[in-house]
Design a protein around this ligand. Structure first.
Ligand code: AQP
Length: 333
Protein backbone atom coordinates (compact mmCIF):
# COMPACT_ATOMS: atom_id res chain seq x y z
CA UNK A 1 0.00 0.00 0.00
CA UNK A 2 1.34 3.45 -0.83
CA UNK A 3 2.06 5.59 2.20
CA UNK A 4 1.76 9.35 2.57
CA UNK A 5 4.68 10.38 4.72
CA UNK A 6 5.15 13.68 6.54
CA UNK A 7 7.78 14.61 9.09
CA UNK A 8 9.63 17.71 10.22
CA UNK A 9 12.89 18.77 11.78
CA UNK A 10 13.47 22.06 13.58
CA UNK A 11 16.20 24.33 12.19
CA UNK A 12 17.52 25.04 15.66
CA UNK A 13 21.20 24.25 15.14
CA UNK A 14 23.42 21.48 13.99
CA UNK A 15 21.54 18.26 13.47
CA UNK A 16 23.00 15.42 15.47
CA UNK A 17 23.26 11.65 15.62
CA UNK A 18 19.96 11.42 17.56
CA UNK A 19 18.12 13.24 14.76
CA UNK A 20 19.85 10.98 12.24
CA UNK A 21 19.25 7.60 13.90
CA UNK A 22 15.84 8.52 15.33
CA UNK A 23 14.41 10.19 12.25
CA UNK A 24 16.46 11.04 9.15
CA UNK A 25 17.77 7.50 8.52
CA UNK A 26 14.13 6.42 8.44
CA UNK A 27 13.22 9.35 6.11
CA UNK A 28 15.85 8.16 3.63
CA UNK A 29 14.53 4.59 3.61
CA UNK A 30 10.98 5.85 3.05
CA UNK A 31 12.17 8.22 0.31
CA UNK A 32 13.85 5.30 -1.45
CA UNK A 33 10.60 3.32 -1.69
CA UNK A 34 8.89 4.40 -4.92
CA UNK A 35 5.47 3.52 -3.49
CA UNK A 36 5.65 6.35 -0.95
CA UNK A 37 4.79 10.03 -1.31
CA UNK A 38 7.09 11.84 1.11
CA UNK A 39 7.10 15.38 2.46
CA UNK A 40 9.96 16.51 4.70
CA UNK A 41 9.55 19.87 6.32
CA UNK A 42 12.05 22.26 7.90
CA UNK A 43 9.77 23.36 10.72
CA UNK A 44 10.90 26.95 11.21
CA UNK A 45 7.62 28.01 12.87
CA UNK A 46 8.34 25.44 15.55
CA UNK A 47 11.88 26.75 15.92
CA UNK A 48 10.73 30.19 17.08
CA UNK A 49 8.89 28.71 20.09
CA UNK A 50 12.22 29.46 21.75
CA UNK A 51 14.21 32.62 20.97
CA UNK A 52 16.28 32.43 17.77
CA UNK A 53 18.86 34.74 16.29
CA UNK A 54 17.50 36.02 12.97
CA UNK A 55 20.63 35.44 10.86
CA UNK A 56 21.37 32.14 12.54
CA UNK A 57 17.82 30.96 11.83
CA UNK A 58 18.23 31.72 8.12
CA UNK A 59 21.48 29.73 8.06
CA UNK A 60 19.94 26.87 10.03
CA UNK A 61 17.03 26.58 7.57
CA UNK A 62 19.52 26.11 4.72
CA UNK A 63 21.72 23.80 6.77
CA UNK A 64 18.81 21.53 7.73
CA UNK A 65 17.83 21.38 4.05
CA UNK A 66 21.44 20.53 3.14
CA UNK A 67 21.45 17.83 5.83
CA UNK A 68 18.32 16.20 4.41
CA UNK A 69 19.88 16.06 0.95
CA UNK A 70 23.37 15.05 2.16
CA UNK A 71 21.82 12.20 4.17
CA UNK A 72 20.19 10.80 1.03
CA UNK A 73 16.75 12.42 0.62
CA UNK A 74 16.24 13.07 -3.08
CA UNK A 75 14.46 16.41 -3.67
CA UNK A 76 13.26 15.12 -7.04
CA UNK A 77 11.32 12.36 -5.28
CA UNK A 78 10.31 13.96 -1.99
CA UNK A 79 8.99 17.43 -1.27
CA UNK A 80 11.38 19.44 0.90
CA UNK A 81 10.21 22.87 2.08
CA UNK A 82 10.17 25.22 5.04
CA UNK A 83 6.98 25.53 7.03
CA UNK A 84 6.73 29.34 7.18
CA UNK A 85 6.38 29.48 3.39
CA UNK A 86 3.01 27.66 3.49
CA UNK A 87 0.52 29.77 5.43
CA UNK A 88 -2.02 26.94 5.85
CA UNK A 89 0.14 25.51 8.68
CA UNK A 90 -0.44 28.50 10.96
CA UNK A 91 -4.06 28.89 9.93
CA UNK A 92 -4.79 25.21 10.53
CA UNK A 93 -3.03 25.38 13.85
CA UNK A 94 -5.35 28.17 15.07
CA UNK A 95 -8.49 26.29 14.07
CA UNK A 96 -7.27 23.09 15.73
CA UNK A 97 -6.28 25.06 18.86
CA UNK A 98 -9.86 26.19 19.23
CA UNK A 99 -11.14 22.65 19.46
CA UNK A 100 -8.31 21.07 21.51
CA UNK A 101 -8.90 20.82 25.27
CA UNK A 102 -6.24 22.38 27.53
CA UNK A 103 -6.25 19.16 29.54
CA UNK A 104 -4.75 17.30 26.59
CA UNK A 105 -1.92 19.82 26.27
CA UNK A 106 -1.27 19.86 30.01
CA UNK A 107 -0.21 16.23 29.76
CA UNK A 108 2.56 16.86 27.21
CA UNK A 109 5.87 15.93 28.82
CA UNK A 110 8.05 17.72 26.24
CA UNK A 111 6.62 21.08 27.29
CA UNK A 112 7.38 20.27 30.92
CA UNK A 113 10.94 19.25 30.02
CA UNK A 114 11.65 22.20 27.74
CA UNK A 115 9.95 24.85 29.87
CA UNK A 116 11.85 23.58 32.91
CA UNK A 117 11.16 24.97 36.35
CA UNK A 118 10.17 28.43 35.17
CA UNK A 119 7.22 27.54 33.00
CA UNK A 120 5.59 30.97 33.55
CA UNK A 121 8.32 32.40 31.32
CA UNK A 122 8.02 29.80 28.54
CA UNK A 123 6.28 31.03 25.39
CA UNK A 124 2.66 30.23 24.65
CA UNK A 125 4.01 28.91 21.32
CA UNK A 126 6.04 26.26 23.13
CA UNK A 127 2.89 25.20 24.98
CA UNK A 128 0.77 24.84 21.84
CA UNK A 129 3.65 23.43 19.74
CA UNK A 130 1.95 19.98 19.48
CA UNK A 131 -1.13 21.57 17.87
CA UNK A 132 0.99 23.18 15.15
CA UNK A 133 2.53 19.73 14.67
CA UNK A 134 -0.97 18.25 14.30
CA UNK A 135 -1.81 20.89 11.70
CA UNK A 136 1.42 20.10 9.76
CA UNK A 137 0.56 16.43 9.60
CA UNK A 138 -3.19 16.59 9.01
CA UNK A 139 -3.01 19.12 6.15
CA UNK A 140 -1.38 16.53 3.90
CA UNK A 141 -3.68 13.53 4.60
CA UNK A 142 -0.59 11.90 6.05
CA UNK A 143 -0.88 8.18 6.73
CA UNK A 144 2.51 7.65 8.41
CA UNK A 145 4.82 9.89 10.45
CA UNK A 146 8.43 8.76 10.97
CA UNK A 147 9.70 10.25 14.26
CA UNK A 148 11.98 9.52 17.18
CA UNK A 149 10.49 7.98 20.30
CA UNK A 150 10.36 11.39 22.03
CA UNK A 151 7.60 12.49 19.65
CA UNK A 152 5.30 9.53 20.34
CA UNK A 153 3.09 11.48 22.74
CA UNK A 154 2.67 14.36 20.27
CA UNK A 155 1.65 11.88 17.57
CA UNK A 156 -0.96 10.42 19.90
CA UNK A 157 -2.30 13.94 20.42
CA UNK A 158 -2.47 14.48 16.65
CA UNK A 159 -4.53 11.30 16.35
CA UNK A 160 -6.87 12.48 19.12
CA UNK A 161 -7.29 15.90 17.50
CA UNK A 162 -8.07 14.34 14.10
CA UNK A 163 -10.69 12.05 15.62
CA UNK A 164 -12.25 14.86 17.68
CA UNK A 165 -12.50 17.18 14.65
CA UNK A 166 -14.10 14.46 12.53
CA UNK A 167 -16.61 13.77 15.31
CA UNK A 168 -17.33 17.39 16.32
CA UNK A 169 -18.02 18.41 12.74
CA UNK A 170 -19.73 15.23 11.69
CA UNK A 171 -17.12 14.71 9.00
CA UNK A 172 -16.22 11.06 9.22
CA UNK A 173 -12.79 10.29 7.72
CA UNK A 174 -12.15 13.95 6.80
CA UNK A 175 -8.83 13.93 8.63
CA UNK A 176 -6.84 10.76 8.17
CA UNK A 177 -5.68 9.39 11.52
CA UNK A 178 -1.91 8.94 11.02
CA UNK A 179 0.26 6.12 12.32
CA UNK A 180 3.63 6.80 13.94
CA UNK A 181 6.65 5.07 12.41
CA UNK A 182 9.08 4.71 15.28
CA UNK A 183 12.10 2.43 15.04
CA UNK A 184 11.75 -0.43 17.51
CA UNK A 185 15.30 -0.29 18.81
CA UNK A 186 17.35 2.72 19.86
CA UNK A 187 14.73 5.24 18.81
CA UNK A 188 15.95 7.56 21.57
CA UNK A 189 19.66 8.37 21.47
CA UNK A 190 20.99 9.79 24.72
CA UNK A 191 23.57 12.46 25.53
CA UNK A 192 27.20 11.30 25.51
CA UNK A 193 27.60 13.00 28.87
CA UNK A 194 24.45 11.76 30.60
CA UNK A 195 22.75 8.54 29.60
CA UNK A 196 19.46 9.67 31.14
CA UNK A 197 19.17 12.85 29.04
CA UNK A 198 18.27 12.77 25.35
CA UNK A 199 20.87 13.93 22.84
CA UNK A 200 19.74 17.41 21.88
CA UNK A 201 20.78 20.35 19.68
CA UNK A 202 20.14 22.77 22.50
CA UNK A 203 22.36 21.02 25.08
CA UNK A 204 24.95 23.64 26.01
CA UNK A 205 27.77 21.08 25.81
CA UNK A 206 28.91 20.22 22.29
CA UNK A 207 30.60 17.14 23.78
CA UNK A 208 27.14 15.76 24.57
CA UNK A 209 26.37 15.05 20.92
CA UNK A 210 27.84 13.99 17.59
CA UNK A 211 26.86 16.67 15.07
CA UNK A 212 26.30 15.61 11.50
CA UNK A 213 28.86 18.28 10.56
CA UNK A 214 31.59 16.91 12.84
CA UNK A 215 34.91 15.90 11.36
CA UNK A 216 36.53 12.51 11.93
CA UNK A 217 38.83 13.99 14.60
CA UNK A 218 35.93 15.61 16.41
CA UNK A 219 34.02 12.33 16.42
CA UNK A 220 37.04 10.43 17.79
CA UNK A 221 37.53 13.03 20.51
CA UNK A 222 33.86 13.05 21.55
CA UNK A 223 33.64 9.27 21.74
CA UNK A 224 36.89 9.15 23.71
CA UNK A 225 35.41 11.60 26.23
CA UNK A 226 31.93 9.99 26.29
CA UNK A 227 30.85 8.93 29.77
CA UNK A 228 30.94 5.20 30.55
CA UNK A 229 31.27 3.24 33.78
CA UNK A 230 34.07 1.19 35.29
CA UNK A 231 32.66 -2.25 34.42
CA UNK A 232 33.55 -4.25 31.31
CA UNK A 233 31.04 -4.78 28.51
CA UNK A 234 28.66 -7.58 29.55
CA UNK A 235 27.69 -10.64 27.53
CA UNK A 236 24.00 -10.38 28.31
CA UNK A 237 21.53 -7.57 27.71
CA UNK A 238 20.07 -8.01 31.20
CA UNK A 239 23.42 -7.01 32.71
CA UNK A 240 23.08 -3.56 31.12
CA UNK A 241 20.31 -2.67 33.55
CA UNK A 242 21.12 0.59 35.39
CA UNK A 243 24.02 1.28 33.01
CA UNK A 244 22.47 4.01 30.79
CA UNK A 245 25.72 5.34 29.27
CA UNK A 246 26.98 1.87 28.36
CA UNK A 247 23.56 0.97 26.91
CA UNK A 248 23.54 4.15 24.83
CA UNK A 249 26.99 3.65 23.27
CA UNK A 250 26.32 -0.01 22.50
CA UNK A 251 22.93 1.00 21.08
CA UNK A 252 24.51 3.62 18.80
CA UNK A 253 26.97 1.02 17.50
CA UNK A 254 24.17 -1.49 16.84
CA UNK A 255 21.92 1.09 15.22
CA UNK A 256 24.59 2.36 12.82
CA UNK A 257 25.30 -1.21 11.71
CA UNK A 258 21.58 -2.13 11.67
CA UNK A 259 22.27 -5.05 13.97
CA UNK A 260 20.74 -6.36 17.18
CA UNK A 261 22.29 -5.38 20.51
CA UNK A 262 22.71 -9.10 21.13
CA UNK A 263 25.16 -9.34 18.23
CA UNK A 264 27.15 -6.33 19.48
CA UNK A 265 27.43 -7.99 22.90
CA UNK A 266 28.72 -11.20 21.32
CA UNK A 267 31.36 -9.08 19.56
CA UNK A 268 32.44 -7.06 22.61
CA UNK A 269 31.27 -8.97 25.72
CA UNK A 270 34.06 -9.09 28.33
CA UNK A 271 36.12 -6.38 26.61
CA UNK A 272 36.69 -2.94 28.05
CA UNK A 273 35.26 0.31 26.76
CA UNK A 274 38.54 1.76 25.47
CA UNK A 275 38.71 -1.01 22.88
CA UNK A 276 35.03 -0.66 21.99
CA UNK A 277 35.31 3.13 21.66
CA UNK A 278 37.98 2.78 18.96
CA UNK A 279 35.63 0.61 16.88
CA UNK A 280 32.67 2.88 17.57
CA UNK A 281 34.62 5.96 16.41
CA UNK A 282 35.62 4.11 13.28
CA UNK A 283 32.11 3.12 12.20
CA UNK A 284 30.69 6.51 13.19
CA UNK A 285 33.28 8.41 11.16
CA UNK A 286 32.70 6.13 8.17
CA UNK A 287 28.99 6.97 8.33
CA UNK A 288 29.04 10.62 9.38
CA UNK A 289 32.15 12.05 7.66
CA UNK A 290 30.76 11.69 4.09
CA UNK A 291 27.47 13.31 5.19
CA UNK A 292 29.42 16.08 6.91
CA UNK A 293 31.53 16.74 3.79
CA UNK A 294 28.41 16.87 1.62
CA UNK A 295 26.60 19.26 4.00
CA UNK A 296 29.63 21.58 3.88
CA UNK A 297 29.67 21.46 0.08
CA UNK A 298 25.92 22.07 -0.27
CA UNK A 299 25.77 24.87 2.27
CA UNK A 300 27.98 26.98 0.00
CA UNK A 301 25.42 26.68 -2.79
CA UNK A 302 22.70 28.94 -1.38
CA UNK A 303 21.04 29.37 -4.74
CA UNK A 304 20.53 25.63 -5.10
CA UNK A 305 19.15 25.22 -1.57
CA UNK A 306 16.81 28.20 -1.94
CA UNK A 307 15.53 26.78 -5.23
CA UNK A 308 14.81 23.39 -3.63
CA UNK A 309 12.91 25.11 -0.81
CA UNK A 310 10.94 27.32 -3.19
CA UNK A 311 9.96 24.46 -5.50
CA UNK A 312 9.05 22.35 -2.47
CA UNK A 313 6.96 25.17 -0.96
CA UNK A 314 5.01 25.60 -4.20
CA UNK A 315 4.15 21.90 -4.29
CA UNK A 316 3.29 21.75 -0.59
CA UNK A 317 1.21 24.92 -0.81
CA UNK A 318 -0.94 23.43 -3.53
CA UNK A 319 -1.84 20.43 -1.33
CA UNK A 320 -2.20 22.32 1.95
CA UNK A 321 -4.20 25.16 0.47
CA UNK A 322 -6.81 22.78 -0.86
CA UNK A 323 -7.14 21.13 2.55
CA UNK A 324 -7.36 24.39 4.52
CA UNK A 325 -10.14 25.60 2.23
CA UNK A 326 -12.09 22.42 3.02
CA UNK A 327 -11.37 22.82 6.74
CA UNK A 328 -12.70 26.39 6.70
CA UNK A 329 -15.82 25.31 4.90
CA UNK A 330 -16.46 22.55 7.45
CA UNK A 331 -15.94 24.98 10.34
CA UNK A 332 -18.40 27.47 8.85
CA UNK A 333 -16.25 30.22 7.35
N1 AQP B 1 18.02 12.11 20.91
C1 AQP B 1 17.20 11.71 19.96
N2 AQP B 1 17.05 10.39 19.68
C2 AQP B 1 16.22 9.97 18.69
N3 AQP B 1 15.49 10.80 17.92
C3 AQP B 1 15.61 12.12 18.17
N4 AQP B 1 15.04 13.20 17.60
C4 AQP B 1 15.50 14.32 18.20
N5 AQP B 1 16.36 14.01 19.17
C5 AQP B 1 16.45 12.64 19.18
C6 AQP B 1 14.09 13.11 16.48
O1 AQP B 1 14.56 13.98 15.47
C7 AQP B 1 13.43 14.55 14.80
C8 AQP B 1 13.61 16.03 14.70
O2 AQP B 1 13.63 16.59 15.99
P1 AQP B 1 13.53 18.16 16.14
O3 AQP B 1 14.80 18.77 15.82
O4 AQP B 1 12.42 18.67 15.36
O5 AQP B 1 13.13 18.41 17.63
P2 AQP B 1 13.64 17.84 18.97
O6 AQP B 1 13.07 16.48 19.20
O7 AQP B 1 13.28 18.86 19.99
O8 AQP B 1 15.21 17.73 18.79
P3 AQP B 1 16.33 18.37 19.67
O9 AQP B 1 17.63 17.97 19.14
O10 AQP B 1 16.08 18.07 21.11
O11 AQP B 1 16.17 19.88 19.35
P4 AQP B 1 16.11 21.11 20.30
O12 AQP B 1 17.26 20.96 21.23
O13 AQP B 1 16.20 22.28 19.40
O14 AQP B 1 14.80 21.04 21.00
C9 AQP B 1 12.18 14.14 15.57
O15 AQP B 1 11.54 13.08 14.89
C10 AQP B 1 12.73 13.65 16.88
O16 AQP B 1 11.91 12.63 17.42
Amino acid sequence: MSKKIFSGVQPTGNLHLGNYLGAIKNFVELNNDDENECIFCVVDLHAITVKQDKEQLKNNIRETTATFIASGIDPNKSIIFNQSKVHAHAEGSWILSCMSPMGWLNRMTQFKEKAGKDKEKASVGLYIYPILMASDILLYDTTHVPVGEDQKQHLELTRNIAQKFNKDFNSEDFFKVPEPLIKKNFSRIMSLKDGLKKMSKSDFSDLSRINLTDTKDEIINKIKKAKTDSFPIPNEESELKDRPEATNLLGIYSSILNQKLEKTLVEFGGKNFSEFKIQLSEILSNKIAPISDEIKRLIKDREYLDRILLEGANKADEIANKKIKEIKKIVGF
